[in-house]
Each structure stands twice: as C-alpha cells, then as structure tokens.
Design a protein around this ligand. Structure first.
Ligand code: SF4
Ligand code: SF3
Length: 549
C-alpha cells in the first residue's frame, strides 16, 4: 500500500505497512482499485454526456465510490470488494451509454484504454495485488512526484467534494452539472496525458466547482431543517438511557430522532454533529438532549465511557474497543468489520434496543452550556451592529480558526492561538478542530459573542458567505477585510475547502499542523508565491505577524 491522503500519514510522507488510521494494506489497495475503476466509469460517462446521454445511477455511484475512500470511512474489505464488483457493472452501464450516444450521432465510438478496459481479478487476493500497482507511489514512478502530487491534489479534493454531494443527495438535492464536473475531472485524471499547467488549472477548477457543491449542500441543509439560529447546547449528560450520534449526516440524526420519540432515550451529538442543535428542524425534538465528548480522535475513550448506544453516520470512525463494539453501529458509507451496519432503509431498531439494554447515565451532571448556530443568516442578521463596531474601533480583527482536529500534539497550537487572540477580536470557527477551545469562555463584545460557531466542516460555505457579505459592506474584497484564516486540516474535505478558498482568491491562509505530503515543493512554492499560503509557526509569532503588535 501507499497512502498519503491525510495529515496523519506515516512520517509525514506516506503510510506503507499499514495506515496510521488503522486502514489495512488490503483495504488501501482495494480502495486504489475502486478509484481506478471509477475513473474508467467516468471516461465513458463524460463522453456519453457530451452526446446528451446520462444515467443518474452511474453518476451517484462514482460519487459514493470516492466518498467511501475518504479517511476513517470504510475499513471493511468485504464491502470494498463488493463495491469493486458494482463498479464493473456500472462501467458496463456507462459504456453502453457511450456506445448508444455514438450510434445515435451516427459516429463510430473510439476504443478507450486504461481504466476503461482494465479487468479486475475475480478473487479478492488478485484485486489486492492489482491495487498495489495503482497507488500514488506507482503513479510517481510513471509521471514523477510533482505531476503525481498535483494529480492527487485534484483527486483528493474530488473525494472531499464527493462527501458534500452525497450529503446533499440524501436530502434530495442534486445538480446535474456537478455530476458532469465529476466525470469530466475523473476522465481528465484518467488520461494520464496531463502537463503541470493543465493540472494546476484543474486544481483551481476543482476549487471553483467545489464552491458550487458547498452551495448545494448549504441549500439542502437549510431548506430541509431551516437556517441555523444561535442555540444553547448542554455539554453535560442527563440521567437516563442514551444514544450518541457521530459523523456529519443530518438526515440520519433526524430519522433517529423520529424513531426514538417517546421512547425515553436522550439523543446526544458527538464531534461534527454538534452544529445540528442549531437547526430548528432538528432542535425541535426535545429529546435531542445535548452534546457529549469532543473531536473524533478521542472517541475510543469517550465511547468506552458512554453508557449507551453509538451511531456513526460518516467519518471519522476509529477501531472500536471490545468494550463497546456490541453497542456501536454504522450507517451510510461508513463501515468497520464486525460492526452492525444499518442499511439504507434506516431502521434504527437495533440501535434503540442497544440503548435500552445499556445502563444509561445514573444522574444529571452539572449543567454546562455552549452556544452554536452562527450560520451565515444568523451572523448576517447582526452584521449591521458588527460593522458599526468595526468602524468604531471596538472590533479590531476577525479570525477564522477552524478545520479538522487530529491526534498530533502540535495541534495545541490552535488552542493557544484562540486563547491568545486579543479581547477586541472575534473568532469564527467551524469543523471538529473547534473542540480544542469551544468550551472556553471567550466573553462578548457589545453583546456579540467573541466565539461564533459557524458549523461543521461541511459549512465552510457559510464562512465564505459571511466573509463575502462583510467584504461587500466594507466595499472591499475578502483580502481587504481585517480577517485572517488560520486553518487545520486532516482529511480530504479540508483539501477541497482549501482549493475553494484559493479559487476565491483568498490570500495569506495559514495552514497546519503540517503541510500535505502530496503537495510537492514546486507546487508549494507556486501556492506561496500566488496566494501567500503559509504554514503555521507559533501562536505568538503568527498573531504578531497578523496584528503587527
Ligand atoms: Fe495513512 Fe491517512 Fe491514508 Fe490512513 S488515510 S492510510 S493515516 S495517509
Ligand atoms: Fe473532523 Fe473527521 Fe475533518 Fe468534519 S470529523 S472535520 S476530521
């Protein structure tokens, strides 16, 4: 195996013997094979679309296949093997569309090569061996590491976009042009005839498309559950039976809330589900009791201590401990061997039974409340006041401190940074990195809380909309605002967000805790020269550089 798609990658260069995340070499190789076959599907689908022929099942399959390969989503060999089987069927379907398109146009279809015709082995062992030849290390031998790194930057960004498309899709929102973009980009990557210039263009193009994808998801969430409103959330448990919901999927939480109504079970959010409390359509359920625990990397201790059932809706799952493997469940694309999976019909009865069989919390813990729900509409409703305070010198600067959390010790930077932000500055935050500081009391400036929780990583669009609206009010662009972005990354969604910000021309982003292994020195130089993208240093130095004192 060779995988370097996340920030946790071994030695900062690539996981080779096994994933630091727990991914086995077998699963890693099967994932590489699945991605390769997905390129083959898109080679046909892209050409068929140009002739006006498409199939939604083919489109959705490719999106799901890429989402499945995101860090901490699917660790199950058997499920990967079955997806590879489905990929072959989908490729056949896509080829039929392609041939039909040419026949209708009275043209002769050309013979495609590479992933379009690659035959996977019939048994799992053979597939695993084939996947080994398709990983980024093998690609670097062919194209050199800089071109391969750019190829992977685009592919990794597509994986992040796939997660957003899937989240929007489960709520019934999709955009055919976005499917078209997906096939076009995968077809481009499959061509292997790319130059550095083409690749760089596609890097920014992927960012541009991802802005549309994030907009689609924002519409899906807010039209289904209402615009988030500032909401106080209890972060300590209440006596009684409990279910903890982790991941990012709003609909799964909604369905679980409906199925547990009147059953005497309190539902708690974990990790990236925290912002769900801000949505009126979810918070209306009185048994959505609060938030429990912190970011994903602490789950093994937190799930162990949680006296109820646990539902993982998407990333980030870690190897379950024996102590709770019988009361943790997966659904959607997330999977772990030996963990009960709730199918697409979303019957959560086994989760409910496990919650009722577990001990539950013995007593109410002392109340501790935090506030979430500062999506774009909530922030824009106080924009007038915020702008006045900036003009009056009461608010000096805005910081967006957010992104993924992770296990590395260097991530304390973000806690220290947030703590050291001067009292006349506001902090916007999003994604699971916020758990580094979201239970601290930051106070307020003239009634505006100094810490504004914009939402999940999936809500980066909200932060962009807030920045664009502020820029409009100050008659400048985002770079002209007293705003600095200090981001942390871990998995692939953070990569597509970064590319979106670069496409929007956002400069001076500080990124940590370390830079992506797949962004090779010449590309880093380009990003530094063009966008002044830079690594974090120390909170003191970075704050001094930003504020000048
Ligand atoms: Fe390693 Fe990250 Fe890949 Fe897991 S996802 S194998 S930790 S690079
Ligand atoms: Fe976190 Fe996985 Fe990225 Fe959604 S839960 S931000 S790491």
């Amino acid at each position: 195996m060779f995988c370097y798609q996340c920030e946790q990658t071994a030695k900062g260069t690539g996981c080779t013997a096994a994933g630091v995340c727990g991914k086995s070499p077998e699963v890693a190789n099967l994932q590489d094979l699945l991605v390769y076959l997905s390129k083959g599907i898109s080679m046909y689908a892209n050409r068929a679309r140009k002739l006006g022929i498409k199939d939604r099942n083919v489109d959705l399959f490719v999106v799901d296949a890429l989402f499945t390969t995101i860090t901490n989503v699917n660790f199950d060999e058997e499920r990967m093997e079955s997806l590879i089987g489905r990929a072959v069927d989908m490729r056949k379907k896509a080829r039929d569309l392609y041939e039909k398109g040419y026949a209708t146009a009275g043209k002769e279809p050309g013979t495609l090569s590479g992933p379009a015709i690659f035959e996977p082995a019939s048994a799992r062992e053979g597939m695993i061996r084939q996947g080994e030849e398709l990983n980024p290390e093998a690609g670097a031998k062919k194209h050199g590491e800089v071109l391969q790194g750019l190829h992977d930057l685009i592919l990794i960004s597509l994986k992040g976009s796939a997660a957003y498309i899937d989240h929007a899709n489960v709520l019934g929102y999709e955009d055919d042009d976005i499917f078209g973009f997906f096939h076009e980009y995968l077809d481009f990557l499959a061509s292997e005839k790319f130059t550095q210039e083409d690749l760089v263009q596609h890097v920014l193009g992927a960012g541009e498309w991802n802005v549309k994808v994030m907009g689609l998801l924002d519409s899906a969430n807010t039209k289904t559950y209402g615009d988030p409103v500032p909401t106080k959330v209890r972060v300590t448990p209440l006596k009684g039976n409990a279910i903890l919901v982790s991941g990012h999927d709003l609909r799964d939480l909604d369905m679980l809330l409906q199925q547990t109504k009147g059953r005497g079970i309190s539902i708690y959010t974990h990790g990236e589900m925290l912002p769900c409390h801000g949505y009126p359509g979810l918070n209306k359920h009185t048994h959505l009791a609060g938030n429990y625990g912190g970011a994903w990397q602490d789950q093994r201790e937190e799930f162990d201590a949680f006296p109820g059932a646990i539902l993982m809706t998407t990333n980030c799952i870690q190897k379950p401990k024996d102590s709770y493997i019988g009361r943790i469940f997966t659904t959607g694309l997330v999977a772990w061997p030996g963990v009960t999976h709730i199918g697409p019909e979303k019957d959560f009865a086994p989760v409910i039974e496990a919650a009722l069989a577990a001990q539950g919390f013995d007593e109410d813990a002392p109340e501790h409340l935090i506030t979430v729900g500062f999506g774009h509409e909530a922030v824009m409703s106080v924009a007038g006041k915020v702008i006045e305070m900036v003009k009056a010198g009461k608010i000096r600067h805005f910081f967006l401190v957010g992104g993924c959390d992770g296990a590395k010790s260097g991530r304390n930077y973000y806690t220290e940074f947030a703590k050291q932000v001067p009292k006349d500055c506001l902090i916007l935050t999003l994604a699971c990195g916020k758990y580094r500081f979201n239970k601290l009391d930051f106070g307020d400036i003239g009634g505006i809380p100094r810490l504004l929780d914009v939402g999940q990583c999936n809500d980066a669009y909200s932060a962009v909309k807030i920045a664009q609206a502020l820029a409009g009010a100050f008659e400048t662009d985002i770079n002209g605002l007293p705003l600095s972005l200090v981001l942390s990354w871990y998995e692939q969604k953070a990569v597509c967000i970064l590319l979106s910000l670069l496409f929007l021309g956002v400069k001076n982003i500080r990124l940590g805790p370390t830079l992506p292994a797949f962004v090779k020195p010449p590309v880093l130089e380009f990003l530094h020269e063009t966008f002044n993208l830079m690594p974090i240093t120390t909170p003191e130095e970075d704050l001094k550089a930003i504020l000048g004192s």
